[in-house]
Design a protein around this ligand. Structure first.
Ligand code: 4AD
Ligand code: MG
Length: 482
């Protein structure tokens, strides 16, 4: 007797006695037989177990309900039914854990994603979420594989940090001080010298600054870890806790950075196409059903897999922010006739602008470069000569259809004086990141990097529309159940 995951059982030659362990998806009774579909998470598919009517004791039959956990032993035989090669002819059933059908929230029907978000602790047991989680795993593996294959070292940057890498002030404080009555100095300020680390600390918003230290020692590094943002953005694209992949490369200039970003995303999407075919096909069908409920003009022209292939097989469009603004200024979005936010050089592009460029104008992923200095972070390399109306930096954002910004990055300012001058302009004290400035003081080098929001990638690959549905335990404003 052997115990195999369902994924392997479905490819096993009939004729042997096997045991399958998993959760009951459905039970169907006919006049002559009872059919039980079991899934164990190893695949999107279920294996069917069959017993002749009257074979199973009534009490056992009663406990085989959707959600119950069982071990079923029997002979693996060729299946009579369509859609599966083999099934298990039941000789023995063990119930590990029943699931009272009166109380178990997941029933064999389509539940809304909103409802499933309320029972996030059970939703991994659904087809949709187990498919998403397997794809998420495959993409994470593909990320490590890509960088390992290309000579990058995996660098673990700190979660608790005293710096604000993006300079945007959107941090979660980490403190052991009494939050209501913290100790104060004579001038009434909170006395952080009494805090655990002896200073103000927070959860990291990005591992980039430490990543730069790594690149200027190891050459090419990448981080892949959780990052935290206390921005109160209640959107379908933002999480308070998300995972970011941040490669950082010595001697890379903006152009090399763009080439790497494009090759990297294509490579991990290709990996998912090659290794997650069943799960992608399942999600594609799910989307097709959803599309049918939409108006004709709102239906997507491509299926999920066609969309992924398209991205992998075509060059991304590359243009400057300045050129993009020109395009947007001369565009009339079909539906409303104008953008909600007016377009002019210097504005921070809104998601309606980004989506217009990607989905309507170019109809492919776009890399925008050379943004106005005023709307980007202090560490970006300043452009020497530019024809733009104002100062620009060597920034790049990669924009994806249906997602908007999926990657943000830049060449870094490697000139100490330019960097400190810019820091003074935006109010960042040198003492706060003295260690970062040391990289420019000693053996500075041109270098570049970027950050890919992992959940935005999973969102794109799975075709889901809410970022809270592509992370097992979403953290967003007013939502952290456990
Ligand atoms: O553009 P961002 O803020 O860039 C950085 O943090 C840089 N330090 C990266 C670097 O150059 N090493 O964030 C990078 C990416 C975004 O493009 C987006 O995909 C994702 O991180 N992201 C979020 N994803 C989910 N929820 C949020 N609140 C996110 N904020 C950013
Ligand atoms: Mg950004």
């Amino acid at each position: 007797m052997s115990y195999l995951p369902v994924k392997q059982l479905l490819q096993t030659e009939p004729g042997q006695t096997v045991t399958v362990k998993g959760w009951v998806r459905t039970k169907r009774e006919s006049k002559n037989a009872v059919f039980v579909a079991i899934n164990d998470g190893s695949t999107i598919h279920t294996i069917q177990a069959v017993a002749e009517a009257g074979f199973l004791p009534d009490e056992t039959l009663r406990l085989i309900t959707t959600g119950a956990c069982v071990a079923i032993t029997g002979e693996l035989v060729p299946s009579q039914g369509a859609g599966q090669a083999v099934e298990v002819k039941i000789t023995e059933v063990h119930i590990y854990g029943p699931a009272d059908p009166e109380k178990y929230p997941l029933q064999p029907k389509r539940h809304s994603l909103e409802f499933l978000r309320e029972i996030a602790h059970l939703r991994p047991r659904t087809n949709t979420f187990s498919a998403i989680l397997r794809i998420r795993h495959a993409l994470a593996f593909a990320v490590h594989k890509y960088y390992n294959d290309n000579g990058f070292y995996y660098l673990n940057t700190p979660i608790i940090t005293a710096s604000d890498a993006e300079g945007a002030g959107e941090m979660f404080r980490v403190s052991t001080l009494d939050p209501i009555n913290p100790p104060r100095t004579e001038d009434g300020k909170v006395d952080y010298s009494q805090d655990f680390f002896g200073r103000e600390t927070n959860l990291t918003v990005s591992g980039q600054l430490e990543g730069e230290l790594g690149a200027l020692a190891l050459g090419k590094i990448y981080t892949f870890g959780p990052t935290f943002r206390a921005e109160n953005s209640n959107t379908t694209r933002h999480l308070a806790e998300f995972w970011m992949i941040e490669p950082e490369m010595a001697f890379f200039e903006l152009e090399d950075n763009m080439n790497l970003a494009e090759d990297f995303v294509k490579s991990v999407i290709r990996y998912a196409l090659e290794h997650c075919a069943d799960d992608l096909a399942f999600l594609e069908n799910r989307l097709k059903e959803e599309e049918k409920t939409k108006k004709k003009e709102e239906q997507s022209e491509m299926t999920l897999i066609e969309k992924l292939r398209f991205v992998v097989d075509n060059d991304f469009e590359r243009l400057t922010y300045t050129d993009a603004v020109e395009i947007l200024r001369n565009s009339k979005p079909a539906k409303k006739g104008q953008f909600q936010y007016e377009v002019g050089w210097g504005i921070d592009l809104q998601s309606e602008h980004e989506r217009y460029l990607v989905e309507k104008h170019f109809k492919k992923p776009v890399i925008l470069t050379n943004y106005p200095r005023a709307i980007k972070s202090f560490y970006m390399k300043q452009d020497e000569s530019t024809t733009a109306p104002g100062p620009t930096v060597r920034a790049m954002d990669v924009l994806f259809p249906g997602i908007g910004e999926i990657i943000g990055g830049s060449q870094r300012e490697d000139d100490l004086e330019k960097l400190t001058t810019r820091m003074a302009e935006v109010g960042i004290e040198e003492e706060a990141i003295w260690w970062y400035l040391d990289t420019r003081r000693f053996g500075s080098a041109p270098h570049s990097g970027f950050g890919l929001g992992f959940e935005r990638l999973v969102l794109f690959v799975t075709g889901m529309s809410n970022i809270r549905d592509v992370i097992p335990f979403p953290r967003a404003p007013k939502s952290a159940e456990f």
